[in-house]
Design a protein around this ligand. Structure first.
Ligand SMILES: Nc1nc(=O)n([C@H]2C[C@H](O)[C@@H](COP(=O)(O)O)O2)cc1CO
Ligand SMILES: [Zn+2]
Length: 161
């Protein structure tokens, strides 16, 4: 008897894949971050990537990392995780899971905790030594938000669009 096909992507590959696809929309020349929020029954609720708020032009606001503080992106950019939370218009995110390509900062951790998100699956933790990420982990630990690093399967996903 003919059964289901092999080679379909797993839930984790699917959701991290969607998070990373979302990150490809980012205009940040240095770090493109993507996030995908999923319900407890594996339904995608929201997505986001790092970018400036509505009305703040990608061509007029600065993308610089250094220089006069007011002329760097850091005051203006909305992180992918916060965008994913704010993009959700459907009600409660209580118990949801967040897939994100970079470990959340302290500001996003506050929003994650307050939104009721209970699990974070992250890909990269390149700023693990920064105070922002240390403070983030301290809050997530205190609030009982579980986080673990995504395990790459090595599968290459290719799309022709
Ligand atoms: N978790 C995160 N989600 C994000 O969306 N970001 C965004 C903010 C900036 O646009 C960029 C980081 O810039 P850089 O310092 O690597 O050039 O990624 C940053 C972090 C890091 O905590
Ligand atoms: Zn953040």
């Amino acid at each position: 008897m003919k059964g289901k096909r092999d080679g379909y992507i797993s839930w984790d590959e699917y959701f991290m894949g969607v998070a990373k696809l979302s990150g490809m929309r980012s205009k940040d020349p240095h770090s493109q971050v993507g996030a995908c929020i999923v319900s407890q029954d594996n339904k995608i609720l929201s997505m986001g990537y790092n970018g400036f708020p509505m009305g703040c032009s990608d061509d007029e606001f600065p993308w610089a990392r250094e220089g006069d503080e007011l002329d760097t992106k850091y005051f203006y950019v909305t992180h992918s995780e916060l965008n994913a939370i704010l993009n959700y218009r459907g009600g409660s995110l209580e118990g949801a899971k967040l897939y994100v390509s970079l470990f959340p900062c302290n500001e996003c951790a506050k929003a994650i905790i307050q939104a009721g998100i209970k699990t974070i699956v992250y890909e990269c933790d390149k700023y693990a030594d920064s105070p922002a990420v240390k403070a983030s982990k301290r809050m997530l630990d205190a609030a009982g938000v579980r986080y673990y690093q995504y395990t790459h399967t090595g599968r290459k996903l290719e799309l022709e669009v």
